[in-house]
Design a protein around this ligand. Sequence first.
Ligand code: FES
Ligand code: FE2
Length: 389
Amino acid sequence: MNALPPAQTEVFSALLDDLRLERKPDVRTGEIDTSYYTDENWFKQEHQQLFAAAPLVIGHSSMLQKPGDHFVHDHSGKPILVVRGKDDQIRAFLNVCRHRGVRLSNADGVANTPSFVCPYHNWIYALDGTLSKVPLQSECFPDLDKSCHGLKELPLGECEGLLFVSGDPDASINLQQQLGPIQDDFKAFRLGDHVFFRESVTTKKANWKLIIEAFLDGYHVVRLHRKTVGPMFLDGVAKSQRSGDNIMSVVARQEFERALELDRNEWDLRRHASCAFFLFPNTTIIVHPDYISYLTLFPTAANETICVHGCLIAEAPRDEKAAAHWERAYNIIEEGVFQAEDLFVCEQAQIGMNSGANDKLLFGSYESSILDFHHIIAEKMGPYTPASG
Ligand code: FES
Ligand SMILES: [Fe+2]
């Protein structure tokens, strides 16, 4: 019996019914002010209300294989240090020395260390963040209580290997509540058994919401991607479903029609469709036939966004040939599809938006999950009004 991902199976099943009964999607259209994507004041409010304390995906636990493995993450605007301790626990800290604030680690990618030594005056921190040594302490800081000067810890949560960190030390993380049934889908896709292969970081001149929209859009797939992955998909056979603050979506591949003749336990969601999970506010997990992508967005201005695209594979490459295979598979999506097509049109749309040609953007029935995304934002921030600019 196949362990089918529960929530995605529901969407897949509904999509098959649509196909069988030749049902068209309910007509659902909407329009959004273009200034929603260019207004710096609104952007500051978004950053404060949606990002500052939110648990954001910053990597996968497989990046940190052994005690002392660590990486830094600066894209959210907070200097974050993530490390696996001697007790095997992964913790996140502000990457800031408690003496006079110097940055502790400048690791490029994943590095290993037995402890963190501040370069300025060599205060030393253990892997669990405790301050273990202060040079010349009895002369310089006779009254200093080391136990009160450990690194400032940040809330961290893990779901199937995905590491979520909040930049606010006082925030709390409840992934059970935040992810709901999507956790079961991640389990079924064995996300927790995957291993980190590589990621790329690029800065795009586009509002972060435009980029989220590109991955919720069932209308563009066979058109924008006609020279790459588009021919693998059926046109307009896509469905999505809101789940709490997240959105699950399924886009049918050419093989999808064959699923009509199969029993439920023979469905292979990865072969018959492309499944994606938008995790509010800034992450999209895309399940490709052979690996899993995570795309996390860290906006820096109304018209600028840092994009991190990571690749998770089922097992670590055994040799160079296997590594070269995964490198090619990753680049087809990263360079050929994301950069050259999806992110390219997002930057083009931002230029169009800045031109003032359109007061509104229009969304049709196959773009309706984008409207769900904007409803989620409005539930948290209230409706956008151009007057905020
Ligand atoms: S600033 Fe870090 S030891 Fe002085
Ligand atoms: Fe796309």
